[in-house]
Design a protein around this ligand. Structure first.
Ligand SMILES: Nc1ncnc2c1ncn2[C@@H]1O[C@H](COP(=O)(O)OP(=O)(O)OP(=O)(O)O)[C@@H](O)[C@H]1O
Ligand SMILES: [Mg+2]
Length: 241
C-alpha cells in the first residue's frame, strides 16, 4: 500500500509582489522517484524550498509526513543547486560527508561511532571511498556532486531532495549519478529537479512540470517538445493526475 509523504493543497507562493506558484496540488508517495522539470525561473527551486519549510506558502497547506515541513528535521535531506556550494572551502571529502550528520547531533555533540559509520556507508554508496582524504576543492565537478549527495545521505534521510544534480557534468558521469539515485528507491523517496528529460522519462515514476502551476504527469506523457525547451501551456494546463 502506498502512503503519502508530501502533500500540497491549493498552495500559493510569491516573493514580494511576484507570484511564483499558484494553485499547487499534488502528492508524492513513499518510495517514488519524482522528476521536477520546467523552464528557468518557473519555480522549481522555490517548490523544493517549500517542501523543506525554508519558505512558507502565502495560502493553502502543505505537509511532509503529515505535518509542518519544519518538523521533518533530518528525515528530509537536501542537495542544493551546485553553484551555491563554495568549492574553495578547505575541507576533506570525508569531513564534508560527516558534516551531513550535524543535524542529528545533540547541541553538546561530538561525532560518535554511528556518525562515522553512516559517513562511510554514504561514501560507499556514491563510490567515493577512495577519495575520502582528498580536499573537496580538488574534486572534478561530477565527483563533487557525488560528495554532496553522500553528505545528504549521511543523515539517513527518508526523503532526498536534489536540485539539478546532473547539471554541468558530462553525460557519462550523469548516468553514474542517476544510477546511484535510482538505486536509493524505494527505501528512500527521491525528488529531483532536472533539465535532463531523458533521465525523467527513463527513471522517474512521476513527473511534476512546474511553470507557475504544477502539472502531474506520467513519464511517458513528457512531450518530446520539452526537449527543445518549449513548455507549451495547453499541455501544462491539460495534463491529468
Ligand atoms: N529570493 C528571491 N527573491 C525574489 N525573487 C526570487 C527569489 N528566488 C527566486 N525568485 C524568482 O522566483 C522565480 C522562480 O525562481 P526559482 O529559482 O524557483 O526558479 P527555477 O525553476 O528553479 O529556475 P532555474 O531553472 O533557473 O533554477 C524566478 O522569477 C526568480 O527570479
Ligand atoms: Mg532552480
Amino acid at each position: 500500500m502506498s502512503s503519502t509523504v508530501i502533500r500540497f493543497k491549493d498552495v500559493y507562493f510569491g516573493y514580494n509582489q511576484l507570484c511564483v506558484l499558484e494553485n499547487i496540488n499534488f502528492s508524492i508517495e513513499k518510495g517514488e522517484f519524482v522528476g521536477i522539470i520546467g523552464p528557468n525561473g518557473g519555480g522549481k527551486t522555490t517548490l523544493l524550498k517549500l517542501m523543506l519549510g525554508i519558505l512558507k506558502p502565502r495560502s493553502g497547506a502543505l505537509d511532509v509526513f503529515g505535518s509542518d515541513p519544519r518538523r521533518a528535521g533530518s528525515r528530509v535531506s537536501y542537495v542544493p543547486q551546485a553553484s551555491t556550494f563554495d568549492r574553495q572551502f578547505p575541507i576533506s571529502v570525508y569531513d564534508l560527508v560527516l558534516s551531513g550528520r550535524l543535524s542529528r547531533l545533540p547541541w553538546y555533540g561530538r561525532y560518535r561511532k554511528t556518525d562515522k559509520e553512516a559517513a562511510q556507508q554514504a561514501l560507499k554508496t556514491v563510490k567515493l571511498e577512495n577519495l575520502q582524504h582528498r580536499s573537496f576543492g580538488t574534486l572534478s565537478t561530477g565527483q563533487a556532486q557525488r560528495a554532496l549527495i553522500a553528505r545528504a545521505l549521511a543523515a539517513n534521510p527518508e526523503i532526498l531532495l536534489l536540485d539539478e544534480p546532473t547539471a554541468s557534468i558530462d553525460p557519462e558521469t550523469s548516468e553514474d549519478v542517476l544510477r546511484i539515485l535510482t538505486k536509493l528507491t524505494p527505501d528512500i523517496t527521491v525528488v529531483m529537479v532536472t533539465h535532463n528529460l531523458r533521465a525523467v522519462i527513463h527513471d522517474a515514476q512521476k513527473v511534476l512540470s512546474v511553470q507557475k502551476g504544477v502539472a502531474v504527469m506520467a513519464p511517458e506523457q513528457v512531450c518530446q517538445h520539452f526537449a527543445y525547451g518549449v513548455y507549451h501551456p495547453p499541455l501544462i494546463q491539460g495534463a491529468g493526475h
